[in-house]
Design a binder for this molecule. Structure first.
Ligand SMILES: [Zn+2]
Length: 162
């Protein structure tokens, strides 16, 4: 099958068994995750920064960050949410260049990754104990939902560090 993600990292061919199937489109799992992260970045930008952004300009910045500068699309999404929750006043798509450079956002993301990989490890161990085949995990498109309410007080990070 042809992977329909225009930035496919695997040469464009995906086997039907490993493909994520959306409508009549097929994607590699990570290609689909990346596509979906980018969609969510744009949605979040519309919700929290500007309801009517110049989409080509926004896409250009996002593509530049992810495909030229090599930022993880999940991180770009996370950092944008983080900065919005911390009262950043973003006005232009180019502000995203500062968002991804934010040290606190980076530290919080690294921490989240660490917790996630620990959980993954524990789940694999549990699967081995239960004699379940691994590698049959369901597709987990990040259940990251942009929120629209400002957070305050000491609990403001609880939802992103979950
Ligand atoms: Zn692909």
């Amino acid at each position: 099958m042809k992977c329909r993600w225009s930035h496919c990292k695997h040469g464009g061919e995906v086997s039907k068994e490993e493909a994520v199937h959306v409508g009549n489109m097929y994607y590699h799992k990570d290609c689909f995750q990346e596509k979906s992260n980018i969609d969510q970045i744009i949605e979040l930008y519309k919700t929290r920064v500007d309801p009517d952004p110049i989409i080509p300009a926004l896409r250009k910045v996002i593509n530049d960050l992810i495909f030229k500068k090599g930022f993880d699309s999940g991180y770009v999404l996370y950092a944008l949410q983080y900065c919005m929750d911390n009262g950043w006043n973003l006005r232009y798509p180019a502000g995203m260049y500062y968002v991804v450079k934010n040290d606190s956002a980076k530290a919080a993301w690294d921490n989240k990754k660490r917790i996630a990989s620990k959980k993954e490890f524990q789940r694999e161990q549990a699967d081995i104990l239960n004699d379940k085949p691994t590698g049959m995990l369901d597709l987990e498109v990040d259940s990251f939902t942009p929120t629209n309410k400002p957070r305050s007080g000491t609990n403001r990070f609880s939802s992103i560090l979950r």
